[in-house]
Design a protein around this ligand. Structure first.
Ligand code: GAR
Length: 205
């Protein structure tokens, strides 16, 4: 299964994917909407094509930006039946894009969804005063951080935590769950029944 990974920044989740045994999945291309980010260097170092599709060049034309991303994915063999992983990708995808890969787009998010969706989840959780937050790996649907949940892990908020310290511990959970989810998806182990994602062989199906 060819996987396209969309990134916007540091790329530690991408690194976790590159370092993992993904089984039947392989990272075929990395696409960044921002030039010069560390994630691109990580891809290149791993011998994976790294392509920039700068969203700024498309102004407000989301459809044109997404078409350009879809074209890069297709050029690298990431077609419907493959998968797209959002690994710190900080753009919202429209239903037009999402519908091309139904239940084949996986996102990682640094909170226990549905709490704290959006771009500032760690800071939002800290500001809210929660005692426990965490990480969520989920399928992407047409809603903001709202698709069916594949895996979650709780992370306690410790006294004196700032956003960086808390985020570092959340990232450890993301780095564990995201490759496992991609491997399971490629193995055909993830069954979706409405909002409920069931792992084939878990006895729950
Ligand atoms: C990760 O914590 C990811 O969950 C988050 O950005 C970070 C990227 O780190 N994504 C979002 O907040 C999306 N709403 P990375 O670039 O080191 O993988």
């Amino acid at each position: 299964m060819n996987v396209g990974v969309l990134v916007s920044g540091t790329g530690t989740n991408l690194q976790a994917l590159l370092d993992a045994d993904l089984g039947a999945a392989r990272v075929a291309v990395v696409v960044s909407n921002r030039p010069g980010v560390a994630a691109l260097d990580r891809a290149t170092a791993a011998g994976v094509p790294a392509v920039v599709v700068p969203h700024g060049a498309y102004g407000d034309d989301r459809a044109a930006f997404e078409d350009a991303v879809l074209a890069v994915l297709a050029q690298h063999g990431v077609l419907p039946g493959g998968a797209v992983v959002l690994a710190g990708f900080m753009r919202i995808l429209t239903p037009r894009f999402v519908d091309r890969f139904p239940l084949r787009i996986v996102n990682t998010h640094p909170s226990l969804l549905p709490a704290f969706p959006g771009a500032n989840a760690v800071a939002d959780a800290l500001a809210h005063g929660v005692k426990v937050t965490g990480a969520t790996v989920h399928f992407v649907d047409g809603t903001l951080d709202g698709g069916p949940i594949i895996a979650q892990a709780a992370v306690p908020v410790l006294p004196g935590d700032d956003a960086a310290a808390l985020h570092a511990r959340i990232l450890c959970e993301e780095h564990r769950m995201l490759p496992a989810a991609v491997r399971s998806l490629a193995a055909g182990e993830l069954l979706c029944q409405g909002r409920h994602v069931i792992r084939r062989g878990s006895g729950a199906e």
